[in-house]
Design a protein around this ligand. Structure first.
Ligand SMILES: O=C(O)CCC(=O)C(=O)O
Ligand SMILES: [Fe+2]
Length: 355
């Protein structure tokens, strides 16, 4: 599927510009580039990353996604993630709500735990369809390894800028600790009427997203509308999730986003996307690290009293993740309150309503 040409993203549709950050310059510790990363991370919390070196593995992952999604439904359902708040495995279309009124999503996922990719050929967390197993060692493992390498560099840079000691974030994302970190392939058929994925902030720390078609939209701070983020070949879209916002006392931004039908002629195509989510180790308590950084302590002190409790959740990463996944599942829905119970750091005025 990598060679199928796609119609271009329309040029008459407004898009939200993101800063383009060069991974090679970050690796070389170029101060000007690290400054731009910091600007992106503390304003919108989204940026493009070029020269990440994952392209070949990304192509293989898209092939794995189409092979997996083409399996008969009863095969895929054998690996369904279930309703208990675990996200590894397959998710069928319509298993999650996209808003408080309970409208159903249109997206399918295959989510593969970082712990399974690294443990292969042993099984850590769960079993997967043969289309996944067949590509574990030459596609999925290298993709996960490279995604971890990129993520570790970014976490190290954030540690420094946040005034944390060396390893303060890294040890909270240790590769050996079981976590919700996973790679996800998404598939959604054309549907101009419905959202593929409802408005949300990401649950974990850092997301690396490889998009070929449009459809991703952000709701920028201070804006009054959803805006598309245009895919750029060879550039991944990075964004920060709730855990980084909480650990940093709100200095790093976890911005709300969703997936709508791709615009223009792209809207007639079947959409696949590929994500690597880094989430803290299961045991990590989600609270601002104010006792480890004067910068973070000052940020929390400057937060309005009513919002300060957001930075001391009392939840472990596992609790946080399980609650959010579980309460999105339509099978667990009792009413709008179930959707609200799935919420994290979303700016709530934009999340419960259809905009
Ligand atoms: O498919 C996309 O463009 C974004 C997916 C996403 O936001 C997610 O899976 O959390
Ligand atoms: Fe997301």
């Amino acid at each position: 599927m990598t060679s199928i040409p796609v119609p271009p993203f329309p040029d008459d549709i407004p898009t939200h510009p993101l800063l383009v950050i060069d991974y090679e310059l970050l690796k070389a510790r170029e101060k000007a580039e690290i400054d731009r990363l910091w600007e992106a991370a503390t304003t919108l919390g989204f940026w493009y990353l070029k020269n990440h070196g994952i392209d070949e593995e990304v192509n293989g992952m898209f092939d794995m996604a189409s092979e997996t999604m083409a399996l008969p439904m009863e095969k895929k359902m054998k690996y369904e993630q279930g309703d208990d708040g675990v996200s590894f495995g397959y998710k069928a279309a319509g298993a999650n709500a996209v808003d408080a009124s309970g409208v159903l999503d249109t997206v399918q996922f295959i989510n593969i735990a970082k712990d399974d990719a690294l443990a292969w050929p042993a099984q850590a967390r769960r079993a997967y369809p043969h289309t996944v197993n067949a590509r574990m060692d030459h596609t999925i493992q290298p993709f996960v390894e490279k995604s971890i390498r990129v993520t570790d560099l970014l976490l190290g840079l954030f540690e420094e800028r946040l005034g944390l000691s060396l390893g303060a974030l890294m040890t909270r994302h240790a590769r050996w600790e079981w976590s919700g970190s996973e790679t996800r392939c998404t598939y959604s058929p054309p549907n101009p009427e419905r959202q593929a994925i409802g408005a949300h902030t990401d649950f974990g720390s850092l997301t690396l997203l490889h998009n070929r078609l449009g459809g991703l939209q952000v709701f920028p701070p201070g804006s009054d509308s959803w805006q598309y983020v245009k895919p750029i070949p060879g550039h991944c879209i990075c964004n920060l999730g709730d855990a980084m916002s909480i650990l940093s006392g709100g200095i790093l931004r976890s911005n709300i986003h969703r997936v709508a039908n791709p615009p223009g002629a792209q809207g007639l195509l079947h959409r696949f996307s590929l994500v690597y989510f880094t989430r803290p180790g299961n045991s990590v308590v989600l609270r601002a690290l104010r006792d480890e950084s004067a910068v973070i302590a000052a940020a929390v002190a400057a937060t309005p009293e009513a919002d300060r409790e957001n930075y001391d959740t009392g939840a472990t990463s596992l609790d946080w993740f399980t609650r959010r996944i579980k309460n999105q599942r339509i099978a667990n829905r009792r009413g709008p309150e179930t959707w609200m119970a799935s919420r994290g750091m979303e700016h709530t005025e934009h999340t419960a309503v259809k905009v």
